[in-house]
Design a protein around this ligand. Structure first.
Ligand SMILES: [Zn+2]
Length: 78
């Protein structure tokens, strides 16, 4: 019985849990018949019209996430 095997198992379990956690935090996109980024009609079960839109959408979401909630920022202080 080697400890190395136990440690490896533990690492696999930890990264599996991290992946599940990451999925949970990300709102699930469901195919809606149009591209989530540009609203072009797409085939059923597809979320984007092409991989560019998929990338752009993810970038946009990440940017929005970093920006927080824009309506809480007061641009016109009196
Ligand atoms: Zn698109």
């Amino acid at each position: 019985m080697s400890d190395e095997a136990d440690i490896a198992d533990e690492n696999i379990e930890l990264s599996r849990l991290a992946a599940i956690e990451a999925c949970r935090r990300q709102p699930r996109l469901v195919p809606k018949g149009t591209c989530w980024f540009c609203d072009e009609p797409v085939a059923q079960l597809k979320k984007y019209c092409d991989s560019d839109c998929a990338d752009d959408y993810e970038l946009e979401q990440a940017a929005l996430m970093r920006a927080g909630r824009p309506h809480f920022i007061d641009h016109h202080p009196d």
